[in-house]
Design a protein around this ligand. Structure first.
Ligand code: ATP
Ligand code: MG
Length: 424
């Protein structure tokens, strides 16, 4: 038997108990905002047919070309771990009939998988929270979605994210623009890096998205999609900007924002931070009005976005919420242990918000106090022989200078509610 240690798969992280409070804080905050806009949760499989992603995200995108975890299962079926949530959501919506004469506002949360080079803010298993709205074609829903994301950041206390928006127009407008772009980049073929030369005839719009600093001047000079926009898309975009202005949401029109997936049209947007280098996009989304039809559903306008939770964690890490126990319960002897168990359950019944850590495993007072201190609890409750005999409990403050006191066990709920949970 080999004794070599088995390690986690590269780019797939354990999220440890010291980290989960910030995750829970982000998830709870965002869930609450989603519900305040009446979005409903949908839960989808992690595995889908590879074909689904090829046909939605697009054959010549980074994700499908080189980032998917794909394999053949025991039946010979080609499957992939989902690299994003929209494709599965559209597949489910069509399959379950969610799009027939219905408006849907949906959200999801969970792990996504991409075989990328792991670095800060970029992993092979990462987590997204996303939302999708179906059946609404106007700029009002675009504005709603963007206002909702703005509210996420306000609720999380993130105030230095920049909103960038652009319009990609219709597929026809994009096809016309594509020709201008290919001409321009072909004229400067020598200045293109290897990636961009490859993209020139497969997916030239993606060249605009290049993060290579040497390419930036060339990209700045390229013709802009906004100049080739069809009339209805121009009107749509103008109304979106007006709605954002009226709501007091700041934005920058970034004519080079194209997004890495094929399915977008008209409105696209990203929320960007300067603090995470090339991993600066925290949240990204856009319209995809032709996707549902393209994979066999009835034509259904749609818009959605997804945010990377890891990148939010990196931005919020300093402000970890404290989820240490409020109380550490110390008991002495069998009697104490038994009475303590009953008391602890009574307290949990009476104060649902209470975080109470019961010392298990016995031991001397001193070592129990050491553990109580280490737990981060505000107070220790002590049931020694004396207390047990008199049905009392000693309250000892661990973090502040306060005299210890003795209470009847029957008065404890009242005391704790008065002093620590007066709002519940
Ligand atoms: P990037 O340009 O950073 O590669 P992307 O355009 O590939 O991002 P999307 O597919 O739009 O990203 O996914 C939405 C969000 O999910 C991103 O803005 C980011 O916050 C997060 N994300 C994407 N890929 C990863 C990853 N490999 N690790 C961590 N987070 C990721
Ligand atoms: Mg990417």
């Amino acid at each position: 038997m080999s004794s070599q240690k088995i390690q986690a798969i590269r780019g797939m992280n354990d999220i440890l108990p010291t980290q989960t409070p910030i995750w829970q804080h982000i998830e709870t905050t965002i869930r609450q905002v989603l519900h305040s806009y009446a979005y409903q949760e949908i839960r989808l499989p992690l595995l889908e047919a590879t074909e689904l992603f090829n046909r939605t995200i697009g054959e010549v995108t980074d994700i499908v070309e080189k980032e998917m975890f794909s394999f053949t299962d025991r039946n010979g079926d080609r499957l992939s771990l989902r690299p994003e949530g929209t494709a599965g959501c559209v597949r489910a919506g069509i399959e379950q009939g969610l799009f027939y004469n219905q408006i849907q506002r949906l959200w999801y949360m969970g792990p996504m998988f991409r075989h990328e080079r792991p670095q800060k803010g970029r992993y092979r298993q990462f987590h997204q929270i996303g939302a999708e709205a179906y059946g609404l074609a106007g700029p009002d829903i675009d504005a709603e979605i963007i206002l909702m994301t703005a509210r996420f950041w306000r609720q999380l206390g993130l105030n230095d994210l920049e909103l960038q928006i652009n319009s990609l127009g219709t597929a026809a407008a994009r096809a016309a623009y594509r020709e201008h772009l290919v001409n321009y980049f072909s004229d400067h073929h020598k200045q293109l890096d290897a990636d961009s030369q490859r993209r020139l005839h497969t997916n030239p719009l993606r060249i605009l998205d290049s993060k290579n600093p040497d390419m930036q001047t060339l990209i700045e000079g390229a013709p802009q999609l906004l100049e080739h926009l069809d009339e209805p898309s121009q009107t749509h975009f103008a109304m979106l900007k007006q709605l954002l202005d009226q709501a007091g949401v700041n934005y920058r029109v970034n004519p080079r924002l194209v997004r890495g997936l094929d399915y977008y049209n008209r409105t696209v947007f990203e929320w960007v931070t300067q603090k995470l280098g090339a991993q600066g996009t925290v949240c990204a989304g856009g319209r995809y009005d032709t996707l549902v039809e393209q994979i066999g559903g009835r034509a259904t306008p749609a818009i959605g976005f997804a945010m990377g939770i890891e990148r939010l964690v990196l931005l919020l890490d300093a402000e970890m919420p404290n989820n240490a126990p409020h109380i550490y319960l110390i008991t002495v002897g069998d009697e104490g242990m038994q009475q303590g168990f009953r008391l602890a359950e009574t307290l949990r019944d009476a104060i649902p918000k209470l975080r109470l850590l019961t010392h298990c495993g016995g031991g001397r007072f001193k070592s129990q106090f050491k553990r109580a201190d280490k737990s981060g609890a505000k107070i220790a409750l002590v049931l020694g022989e004396d207390e047990v005999a008199k049905q009392q409990v000693t309250v000892k403050y661990l973090r502040e200078k306060q005299p210890q006191l003795s209470l009847a066990q029957s008065d404890l709920v009242h005391y704790l509610k008065e002093n620590f949970f007066s709002d519940s």
